[in-house]
Design a protein around this ligand. Structure first.
Ligand code: GLU
Ligand code: MG
Length: 447
């Protein structure tokens, strides 16, 4: 897929940065300023870069002042993509820099790059493929009423696809123009729900593409008179939206996960990585979603991976081991980390997962036995003896675990962790006691 975009072909560039609330914030550069996109970049206030919550509440930390100070958002033009050929609009992700030209310690994209580089130092390279779920709405036929899901099912059905066919195929075409490689698309379980599965890429490109894909899908939906929500709980009582992370790893050119001859079907290195991720889930899960509703999603029977355990093909486990199909196993095998949703800053979510996996290798960590049943059907005693643990029950307790995590403070730095926690802590204090319906109404169109 050719992604090369020439400055001559564009009238304006959207320089986008995903903040700690998981929201894409933007500055637009007109053609005249394009040459400076990757040198001077755009001005981003401390608030817009790292301190806004989902409701635009402005937070403060010891190191980052919400009012005084600026950052530079330097566009990474090597990841530039075409949003609209006719309108000559392009998109690029930005890294956050201090005014003195050094990377800012809160830059989420830089943090992921560093984690990936550190993994390469121990000869581990990763590929990431996202499954992005979203819910498509159309205006209510009744004037003054809120939008309604654009499909009515049945789950995964051709009928549901046909209800949004024009949008779905225009979206695929626009993703193709943008150079985002889609592997598969389907109507999901819930009303209005679609899933786009993206091809495995190097981690930074995968997260960039995900951010870009969301812009593309939101844009195309609007052109079809539709609205798209990436909120983890778009409709209370309906199907939740996940953003599962498929992770494969290579050492010396070989996929390290599958080993059909090994006892658990997984190589010792793969087992180390599974253990590493599971061991850090309590302290890291606030980075994998991090909104109040992310924890309303993490419930049994939603295939959201609400229990800390793993198993081959197990959709209720936090890690689903995917051994690959006959003939393709070793190359295709990967793990799917499920307690991830699109309210996260996905640069940080992927950094958290990869850092934990690499740490598992460094510690030669051993995972518990794989779980072959729905973990919620086991008794408390069975769960304990299988080493199955619940995730923190709500955002408040997850943030508490993250704030006191020496591991993630080491990986991401205190300045970044403090800014992230402050941003999300406001959301917990402001909305943690609300009924989910109210929170869903507030955030449905934010992500
Ligand atoms: N919608 C589910 C979630 O919230 C995932 C369903 C699936 O496994 O595709 O994660
Ligand atoms: Mg799905």
């Amino acid at each position: 897929m050719n992604r090369s975009v020439r400055f001559d072909d564009i009238r304006a560039l959207l320089v986008c940065h995903v903040d700690n609330a998981g929201i894409s914030r933007v500055k637009v550069l007109p053609h005249r300023k394009l040459l400076s996109a990757s040198t001077h970049g755009v001005t981003i206030s401390n608030s817009a870069g790292v301190l806004f919550s989902v409701d635009d509440h402005l937070n403060a930390t010891r190191d980052v002042d919400p009012v005084v100070g600026d950052l530079r958002g330097i566009a990474d033009t090597s990841s530039m993509a075409m949003l609209d050929r006719d309108a000559r609009l392009a998109w690029a992700p930005a890294d956050l820099f201090s005014l003195d030209g050094t990377p800012h310690p809160t830059c989420q994209r830089t943090a992921l790059r560093r984690v990936v580089d550190d993994a390469e130092d121990v000869r581990l390279t990763f590929l990431v493929g996202f499954e992005l779920e979203c819910t498509v709405f159309r205006p209510s036929p009744v004037e003054g009423e809120p939008p309604v899901p654009a499909t009515t099912g049945p789950a995964y059905s051709t009928r549901a696809l046909l209800e949004v066919e024009a949008f779905a195929f225009a979206a695929l075409e626009a993703l193709d123009v943008a150079g985002v490689p889609v592997d598969q698309m389907h109507p999901e379980f819930g009303s209005g729900q679609l899933e786009f599965a993206f091809a495995p890429r190097d981690p930074l490109a995968a997260v960039d593409d995900l951010a870009l894909a969301r812009v593309v899908l939101t844009r195309v939906a609007q052109r079809h008179g539709l609205l798209v929500s990436f909120a983890p709980v778009p409709i209370v009582g309906g199907s939740t939206n996940g953003c599962h992370v498929h992770l494969s790893a290579r050492r010396d050119g070989r996929n390290v996960f599958a080993d059909p001859k090994a006892k658990l079907g997984v190589t010792p290195l793969g087992a180390n990585m599974i253990a590493g991720i599971l061991d850090r889930l309590e302290e890291g899960v606030a980075l994998l979603g991090g909104s109040v509703l992310s924890f309303a999603r993490l419930r049994p029977h939603a295939w959201a991976g609400a229990d800390i355990c793993w198993g081959e093909g197990n959709r209720e486990a936090a890690i689903r081991f995917v051994p690959g199909q006959a003939g393709m196993g070793a190359e295709q095998s990967n793990i799917e980390v499920k307690p991830v949703d699109a309210a996260a800053n996905l640069y940080l979510a992927v950094a958290a997962i990869i850092a934990a996996a690499v740490d598992g290798v460094a510690r030669d960590a051993t995972p518990p036995k794989p779980v072959r049943v729905d973990p919620s059907t086991l008794t408390a005693v069975q769960r304990r003896s299988a080493g199955i643990r619940p995730l923190p029950a709500d955002l408040g307790s997850a943030l508490h675990r993250l704030e006191s995590s020496e591991f993630y403070r080491g990986v991401l730095g205190d300045v970044l962790i403090d800014a992230y926690v402050a941003t999300r802590q406001h959301e917990w204090e402001a909305y943690g006691e609300h009924v989910p319906e109210d929170v869903a109404d507030i955030v449905r169109w934010k992500y």
